[in-house]
Write a protein that binds this ligand. Structure first.
Ligand SMILES: [Zn+2]
Length: 185
């Protein structure tokens, strides 16, 4: 079950107000004749529409600020990449290997050299942070999905794709991070 989208609800209200305004300022002759007596109502409707428009713009801005962005690793400077990798390593050590020790124990120690591991783990870390970081808001359904789906999904895919183990890394190619990012525009 999903909750109704607040922005869509506001947009529906806006449509309704615009419809009412169209009726009042209407295209037909008899409605125009009533316009003088209804002008107070028209002013109110125009004001409500303006306020609702501002409310929607504010809600969209809030949503954009609230929603965590997917980690993106291409085109980073060496320093930025090192800083992000340090945060990811810290999360793997402090959260993964502590709270999910049995799962994370299967991750080979060379995982930071594997782009797929870095991308997948940083993405699942971003979701973990979203779910758990705010002590006043830890949504239970999201935690259940994280435990049931995202974490085992990522670790299962990495275990299938990365065949390295403690005896050494089988990665042969040079670091793909040094290459130029693809152009998407
Ligand atoms: Zn490896």
């Amino acid at each position: 079950m999903t909750e109704p989208d607040p922005i869509e609800a506001l947009a529906a209200q806006l449509d309704e107000l615009r419809r009412q305004l169209a009726v009042y300022t209407g295209e037909t002759g008899h409605l125009r004749a009533r316009l003088a007596e209804d002008s107070g109502q028209v002013v109110m409707l125009r004001l409500e529409i303006k306020q609702l428009g501002e409310k929607i713009a504010a809600a969209i801005t809030r949503r954009a600020a609230d929603e965590p962005q997917a980690p993106y690793w291409l085109g980073l400077s060496t320093e930025e990449r090192a800083a992000r990798l340090a945060r990811l390593r810290a999360w793997v050590v402090q959260v993964g290997l502590v709270q999910y020790a049995e799962y994370f124990a299967k991750l080979p120690p060379c995982w930071p050299s594997h782009p797929a591991a870095v991308i997948e783990l940083s993405t699942v870390m971003a979701e973990w942070v979203r779910v758990y970081a705010d002590p006043d808001s830890r949504p239970l359904p999201d935690a259940l999905v994280w435990n049931d789906k995202w974490l085992p999904g990522v670790l299962g895919r990495l275990a299938a794709a990365i065949k390295c183990d403690v005896s050494g890394c089988r990665l042969v190619q040079s670091s793909p991070w040094e290459r130029s990012p693809p152009r998407y525009s």
